[in-house]
Write a protein that binds this ligand. Structure first.
Ligand code: IPM
Ligand code: MG
Length: 363
């Protein structure tokens, strides 16, 4: 197969971890006889420095012409970086929101599972960690508070900031359908998370999710309030299969879910639209404090590349090979600093990549 992939290395640790993921993809191509054409694009702070804006329209058109986007991370230190002195619509994050919207990437999938090898890195009590967990966070990505009207103005002499949270039934229905479709391929349970005891948008969310559920009689649906969900994630994460929620709640809960896996450096993500197109990126941020030190954990990005092979290109065998190589790497006791524990072998970012590639070649 010939794959056309837009690569956005971005800021901070982005370039290091994406380089590792590209090397891993190249090793897969060699092993399974595929070719990849990469198109490098700028987004985030590096784009601001080069073009004055966090994402040019030209970069958007180029991304649209490819089959998928592999993204590192964007942004810098919000207290010290000059990028955060710019107006909000010119800051690095605006580039990310723009590409999500322009490419219609409404479904964000963040799998959070605890590798048994990393039980020790899990911050939960041992009796909870040893039960394990394997959930798919499904976050609506192009609506809600992130894309509502906002402004800051003086009202009756008082500075006032307004953000609006809007969802229409179509936006809710399409993400719910994706959530149930994915649940059908997993353990057939959906936990829909909202704040229906307060918000109108959540009450509509619940109504539409209930309607969609009628088409999936095999899937068990439960509704959970977001504050309770935050609590349940640390108390009993094994109860979750697919967690379906709106944009802002999903942003917060997916960080929580990632942390209980031991490190955000392990968590992949996929952002999908209605076609096979997807943008694949690690769930973590740009970690400017460790950028350029070759110590970041590239596994989240490597596993995102595996998700790309699976969801955009239907290359399940190749995706399995990457995931299996990551398991072998962990089995053999290799760890980057974020998941390091006693008795393990500490490695850096690029060395982690070389080891994973060795396992791919050997398997
Ligand atoms: C994420 C990030 C982004 C978000 C930021 C960088 C705008 O936190 O992908 O979860 O809030 O969506
Ligand atoms: Mg986030």
């Amino acid at each position: 197969m010939n794959m056309n992939i837009a690569v956005i290395k971005g800021d901070g640790i982005g370039p290091e971890v994406v380089t590792v993921a590209m090397n891993v993809l190249d090793a897969i191509c060699e092993k399974f006889g595929h070719t990849i054409h990469y198109e490098q694009l700028l987004m985030g702070g590096c784009s601001i420095d080069a073009t004055g804006v966090p994402l040019t329209d030209e970069a958007v058109s180029k991304a649209k012409a490819m089959d998928a986007v592999l993204l590192g991370s964007i942004g810098g230190n919000t207290s010290t970086s000059p990028w955060y002195k710019l107006p909000p619509n010119l800051r690095p994050e605006a580039g990310l929101l723009k590409i999500r919207k322009e490419l219609g990437l409404f479904a964000n999938l963040r799998p959070a599972n605890l590798y048994p090898q990393l039980n020790g890195a899990c911050p939960l009590k041992e009796e909870i960690a040893k039960r394990g967990f394997d959930m798919m966070m499904m976050r609506e990505l192009t609506g809600g508070l992130y894309f509502g009207e906002r402004r800051t103005e003086e009202i009756d002499g008082v500075m006032t900031a307004i953000d609006t949270l809007t969802y229409n039934e179509n936006e809710i229905r399409r993400i719910a359908i994706k959530g149930f479709d994915i649940a059908m391929k997993r353990r057939k349970k959906v936990t829909s998370v909202d704040k229906a005891n307060v918000l109108d948008s959540s009450r509509l969310w619940r109504k539409i999710v209930n309607e969609v559920a009628l088409d999936y009689p095999e899937v068990t649906l439960e509704h959970m309030l977001v504050d309770n969900c935050a609590m349940q994630l640390v108390k009993d994460p094994a109860q979750f299969d697919v967690v379906l929620t709106e944009n802002m709640f999903g942003d917060i809960l997916s960080d929580e879910a990632s942390m209980i896996t031991g490190s955000i450096g392990m968590l992949a993500s996929a952002s999908l639209n209605e076609t096979k197109f997807g943008m694949y990126e690690p769930s973590g941020g740009s970690a400017p404090d460790i950028a350029g030190l070759d110590i970041a954990n590239p596994i989240a990005t490597v596993l995102s590349a595996a998700m790309m092979l699976r969801y955009t290109f239907d290359l399940d065998r190749e995706a399995d090979a990457i995931e299996q190589a990551v398991v072998s790497y962990l089995d053999k006791g290799y760890r980057t600093g974020d998941i390091m524990s006693e008795g393990m072998k500490k490695v850096g970012c690029s060395e982690c990549g070389r080891l994973i590639i060795d396992f791919i070649k050997k398997e």
